[in-house]
Design a protein around this ligand. Sequence first.
Ligand SMILES: Nc1ncnc2c1ncn2[C@@H]1O[C@H](COP(=O)(O)OP(=O)(O)O)[C@@H](O)[C@H]1O
Ligand SMILES: [Mg+2]
Length: 270
Amino acid sequence: MKTLWIVYDKIQYGINEWFASRLLELFGECFDASIVMREDLPETFDRPDVAVVRTIDPSFSKKLELLGTAVINPPRVSEICNDKALSYKLAKEAGVPFSEIYDISGKKLPPKGVYPLVVKTASGHGGKGVRLCRSEDELKKAKKLLKGEKLVAQKLVGDGKSGRDLRVYVLGGRIFKAVLRSSDSDFRSNFSLGGEARPFDLGDNDREKVYKIVKALGEPDFIGVDFLVSGGELFFNEIEDVVGTRMLYAVYGIDAAKVFADYVKDKYGA
Ligand SMILES: Nc1ncnc2c1ncn2[C@@H]1O[C@H](COP(=O)(O)OP(=O)(O)O)[C@@H](O)[C@H]1O
Ligand SMILES: [Mg+2]
């Protein structure tokens, strides 16, 4: 039987214990499966045949791949998804539109006339490192506050008071489901910040944008491709590598662990 690790860090495990246990139960049917805490791993270890990485750690994914493990998602995918600047570069090369971004590294500032801007940390998640700056003064404050972090500044989409964005779940390179998230009280519509979520049917134009991103990424196993929505148009926003599945349960009643585990079993099971 092939060995399979479900790799978590302790914080993510604490938040997602139910999902992790469900995966373990499902993988147990066809792998010698275990949950492994990233922090508890020694420098050298016997590699597993397959690793489902549910912690954000692209260099660890790379290490596993070099050892010969089949890694989900592949390290190149993790590296791009967990760096918003790299993600926008990929979208640009793929010809997928996104709201204009500005280089604010070091002492650089955007042109005066482009505010309001959204400043976000390149590696942020859950809306935590995301700030709205209505003026150069506010941007300078945000830069000071986020000193030491790689930042992305982006032209605001929408009115800055409410937010709408679209999460497209992609499994095995195919669009699985889409969910529209909205918030009437925050420009950030993250589900984890209380945004509401409902089902969404993608049009052909939207699907094409998703597939351009997927193709540019290579072979992502399970990701979320996120767009900002304005005037019925989709603007690429980011890609989630360790994509959360709560919205799939909440909106569609889907047992995402089962769907994901079935995919992994098909791809790597004996
Ligand atoms: N340029 C923008 N214009 C309007 N809203 C934005 C913009 N960038 C981000 N947001 C809002 O903030 C939320 C969090 O930003 P995001 O880039 O997805 O970072 P995170 O990785 O923290 O989720 C998005 O879901 C969206 O609702
Ligand atoms: Mg986001």
